[in-house]
Design a protein around this ligand. Structure first.
Ligand SMILES: [Zn+2]
Length: 288
């Protein structure tokens, strides 16, 4: 569902009021209002967690664990303690999943996590924007497609059980250590990156599901907020997105509201293409 000009006008007016009715930036208000409406009219947030809550949350059933990557249960597969859904290095002390067997933790998550952290940490720390503009500042090498697979892995761990039937191909793809496999046919291996003016008070994750079946938007959108960055990625290879085949994937340039406080207002938003299977030190940001 595309927002109407009337809806955008009203939402932009409220944004202007929230900014203290200051002069200027009308176009920014209009544009941000349009993107926020695109998100709110078409998506329902189906999971949202603060990552530093005092009480730990375990997604899944620890008494009857089933691995989301190899689909084995106990005792066919070994299960240790629940695994963190988001790396502790990004502030996660509270959100865990019982849906990963010991073997897949070692062979899937532990393999992909370092690439994601090397990609994400400079943005989380807010240092990446200056790093991107100075060639002599070393940035860590990472494999872009591995970083993207880790974003998808986090989304898969958060997904409610009934949705798993739609994402079997994505699960298989994430677990495949051959990063060249299928990369050509998947396309759109990109995330959206929002840079915040200040550090988020609490790290958070959210999962949004498309509410309007006919909207040309990805079925599942995953968001992770930590430090100065919010990363958003669509879940690829989802059978509910089959109708979108070939069409450019539209990702609303709006963040779902973090668990506490007002919707975050980024100072910059960029597309980051993460399709390459070779290690790189460069992150190409397409600001828009
Ligand atoms: Zn497994």
């Amino acid at each position: 569902m595309v927002p109407t000009p009337d809806q955008i006008t009203i939402a932009a007016y409220h944004r202007w009021l929230r900014r203290g009715a200051a002069h200027g930036r009308d176009r920014e208000d209009w544009y941000a209002a349009e993107q926020e409406l695109l998100f709110s009219l078409n998506y329902q947030v189906i999971a949202r967690h603060a990552l530093d809550s005092a009480a730990a949350v375990v997604v899944g059933n620890p008494a009857k664990p089933r691995c989301r990557f190899c689909e084995r249960g106990a005792p066919a597969a070994d299960f240790d303690a629940p695994v963190p859904v988001v790396p502790p290095a990004l502030g996660n002390t509270a959100l865990f999943s019982s849906g990963v067997c010991s073997e897949c933790r070692e062979q899937v998550l532990d393999q992909l996590e370092p690439d994601f952290l090397r990609f994400a940490r400079p943005f989380v720390a807010g240092s990446a924007l200056s790093v991107a503009s100075f060639d002599d500042v070393p940035s860590p090498a990472y494999v872009p497609i591995a970083a993207f697979k880790y974003l998808v892995a986090m989304a898969l761990l958060l997904l409610p059980e009934p949705e798993l039937q739609y994402v079997e191909d994505a699960t298989e793809w994430v677990a495949n250590p051959d990063h060249d496999f299928d990369a050509g046919v998947i396309g759109h291996l990109e995330c959206r990156l929002h840079i915040m003016p200040n550090e988020a008070p609490r790290p958070w994750v959210a999962l949004a599901r498309r509410a309007d079946h006919d909207a040309p938007l990805p079925y599942i959108l995953f968001s992770l907020g930590s430090g100065r960055a919010v990363f958003q990625a669509p879940l690829p290879l989802c059978v509910r997105d089959d109708d979108l085949d070939g069409a450019p994937l539209l990702i609303p340039r709006a963040c779902p509201t973090a668990p506490s406080g007002a919707p975050p207002q980024p100072i910059a938003s960029a597309r980051v293409v993460l399709a390459a299977a070779e290690s790189t030190r460069e992150t190409h940001l397409q600001f828009m």
